[in-house]
Write a new protein. Structure first.
Length: 202
C-alpha cells in the first residue's frame, strides 16, 4: 500500500487507472483514523490524523495491494475525500470542496462505491443526509460506517445502529459499526469492500 497522488482541482487527472472506493464524511468524523486502522497502519499512518478538523483539502489516492481483501486479484485505489462541514475553514476553501468532490464522484468511471462515515454518537447531520441523498440520486453504491463505536456502551450502540438503519432505510449489510481504536468492524468492512470490488471481475 502506498500514496499514489492527489487531486486539488476539478481538472486534475486521477493518478492511475485502478478501480476505486472513496471514503467521505464530516471533517471530525475520524476518517483518517479509520483508514489507517483499515489498512493496518496504526504505527506508521498513511492518512494524516490532525487535531484540526478540515486539514485535508484535496482528494488523496492510496494504492492498496490485493492482499488487503480476500477476493481481489488486483490492486485498487482507496480514495480519501476532503471532509465536509468544517466551519473554521476559509470560505474560499469550503466553496472549492463541494465542486471538487461532486465532479470526482459524478465523473469517475472507475468508482465502485462510497463509504460514508457518520459519528455513531450523534444523529446524522443535514450535510450527512445531503451526501447520502446525492449518492442515491446518481446511483453510486454506498456503505454507511458508524465511527467511534467504542465511545458508547453496547446497549446504546445497538439502539443507535437500529435507529439509523430505520431512518436511512438501509438493509443490515449496508450499515457497519466501526472503532478505529479497537478495530471492531474492520473485518466486516473489508468483506463489504470485497463485495463492491468483486463486481469488477464478475
Amino acid at each position: 500500500m502506498e500514496f499514489a497522488g492527489a487531486i486539488a482541482g476539478p481538472n486534475r487527472q486521477v493518478p492511475g487507472d485502478l478501480v476505486q472506493i472513496a471514503f467521505a464524511g464530516r471533517s471530525n468524523v475520524g476518517k483518517s483514523s479509520l483508514i489507517n486502522r483499515l489498512l493496518g497502519r496504526t504505527r506508521t499512518p498513511v492518512a494524516r490524523v490532525s487535531a484540526t478538523p478540515g486539514k485535508t483539502q484535496e482528494i488523496n489516492f492510496y494504492r492498496v495491494n490485493a492482499e488487503l481483501t480476500s477476493g481481489r486479484a488486483a490492486p485498487f485505489f482507496l480514495v480519501d475525500l476532503p471532509g465536509y462541514g468544517y466551519a473554521r475553514a476559509p470560505d474560499a476553501v469550503r466553496a472549492r470542496w463541494g465542486p471538487l468532490v461532486e465532479r470526482y464522484i459524478a465523473d469517475s468511471e472507475k468508482l465502485r462505491g462510497v463509504v460514508q462515515l457518520v459519528d455513531m454518537r450523534h444523529p446524522p447531520t443535514s450535510l450527512d443526509l445531503q451526501m447520502f441523498e446525492y449518492l442515491g440520486e446518481i446511483e453510486v453504491p454506498v456503505l454507511v460506517v458508524l465511527t467511534k463505536a467504542d465511545k458508547l456502551k453496547s446497549g446504546e450502540a445497538a439502539r443507535r445502529e437500529a435507529d439509523l438503519k430505520k431512518s436511512l432505510g438501509l438493509p443490515p449489510e449496508q450499515l457497519i459499526a466501526f472503532s478505529a481504536k479497537t478495530g471492531a468492524g474492520r473485518d466486516t468492512l473489508l468483506d463489504a469492500l470485497d463485495g463492491l470490488l468483486a463486481e469488477e471481475t464478475s
